[in-house]
Design a protein around this ligand. Sequence first.
Ligand code: ZN
Length: 104
Amino acid sequence: MYCNYCGKVIQDDAAVCAYCGIRVGGSLARTKLVRPRLGRKIAGVCLGFSEYFDVDVTLVRVVWLVTVIMSGIGIIPYIIAWIVMPEEPLLLSAPVGARPATNA
Ligand SMILES: [Zn+2]
């Protein structure tokens, strides 16, 4: 890949440009659109969008609901987002002891 600052070719997995020292990686994981496992109401779609755009999750839910009601297309966009958005990887966020009991 290329450094955004100096434009030189650097390693694909580099976090810092070897030429100018500018940080080029590191924020990729946080800006990924995923459905968080904790704090979700239905599928975590609204929560994922709120974290992605760094806005309040309640605002996202209100916008979603208004869109659903006003547009007349129902919850189809939500279901599409549910299917398309990957689930957050387990190891990243689950605190010790908060693991859901799935072995029923
Ligand atoms: Zn550079």
